[in-house]
Design a protein around this ligand. Structure first.
Ligand code: SAM
Length: 218
C-alpha cells in the first residue's frame, strides 16, 4: 500500500536504529520501515495539527507507539541533538527542505545520512547540501502517476566530489543532478528536454512582446 514514490524513498534508508521522518503526515514511511524490520525506532515530526493527528492515529492503530514517537513541532526541533542517525524529508519543496535543514544544524550533529525527496527546487537543495558539506552519494528519479520525483541521498563528506566527476559547470550540475548525469539516469534526458522546451516556449512568447521589459527578460 506504500506509494511507488515512498517505496523508492524507503530503498535508501539503511538498516538503522533511529530514524526521523520530518513532515511525516500519516507516518506511512516510518510504519512501513518498522513493520519490515528495517528500522528499530523512529520519530515522526509534523508541524501541522491535522497531519500530526493522522500520524498519531495511524501509529496507535498499528500498535507501534513503542517504536514510533509522534511529535508536533517545526522541522528538526522535534528531535534532540544526537537522537537520529538518519533523517528523511519527503514530499515538500526543495527550498522548504533546505530551510528546515538550515534551521536545524544543531540537531544534524550525529546524523549520518539525509534522504530527501523534494517535489521541486532541487537546485536550491543541492546548493544547500554542497555549501554545508553534505556529499551526494546517490540520486534517483522515480515516476509515480505520471510525475517524476527526485530523491537525493547525502552523507557528510567531500561535497564537491560528485560535481567534479561530471565535467559540467557546478551551476549546471546542480540543476540536472551530478549523479543522475554521471550515471546517465534513463529518465534524465526526457526531463532535460522538457525543461529546454519550456524555456523555448517562454522565449518565443517573449519574442512577440515588444516592450522594453520583454527585451530584458529575453
Ligand atoms: N512526507 C510525506 C510524504 O512524502 O508523503 C508527507 C508529505 S506532505 C505533502 C508534507 C508535510 O510536511 C505536510 O504534512 C506538512 O504539514 C509537513 N510540513 C511542512 N513544513 C513542515 C515543517 N517545517 N516541519 C514539519 N513538518 C512540516
Amino acid at each position: 500500500e506504500l506509494s511507488t514514490r515512498l517505496t523508492a524513498v524507503a530503498r535508501f534508508i539503511p538498516q538503522s536504529k533511529r530514524v526521523a521522518d520530518i513532515g511525516a503526515d500519516h507516518a506511512m514511511l516510518l510504519s512501513y520501515l518498522v513493520s519490515e524490520g528495517r528500522v528499530e525506532s523512529g520519530v515522526a515530526g509534523e508541524v501541522n495539527f491535522g497531519p500530526f493527528k493522522n500520524a498519531r492515529d495511524r501509529v496507535r492503530t498499528l500498535g507501534m507507539e513503542e517504536r514510533i514517537s509522534v511529535r508536533k513541532g517545526d522541522g528538526l526541533e522535534v528531535i534532540a541533538p544526537g537522537e537520529a542517525e538518519v533523517i528523511m524529508i519527503a514530499g515538500m519543496g526543495g527550498a522548504l527542505i533546505a530551510s528546515i535543514l538550515d534551521k536545524g544544524k544543531e540537531e544534524l550533529v550525529g546524523v549520518t545520512r539525509l534522504v530527501l525527496q523534494p517535489n521541486n527546487g532541487q537546485r536550491r537543495l543541492r546548493k544547500w547540501l554542497f555549501e554545508n558539506g553534505w556529499q551526494l552519494i546517490a540520486e534517483d528519479l522515480i515516476e509515480d502517476a505520471g510525475i517524476i520525483y527526485d530523491i537525493l541521498v547525502a552523507e557528510s563528506g567531500d561535497a564537491s566530489l560528485p560535481y567534479e566527476k561530471t565535467g559540467l559547470p557546478v551551476k549546471v550540475a546542480m540543476e540536472v543532478g551530478p549523479i543522475l548525469w554521471s550515471e546517465n539516469h534513463p529518465l534524465l534526458m526526457g526531463r532535460i528536454e522538457e525543461a529546454l522546451a519550456e524555456r523555448e516556449r517562454i522565449l518565443k512568447s517573449l519574442a512577440s512582446g515588444r516592450t522594453p521589459e520583454a527585451e530584458v527578460r529575453k
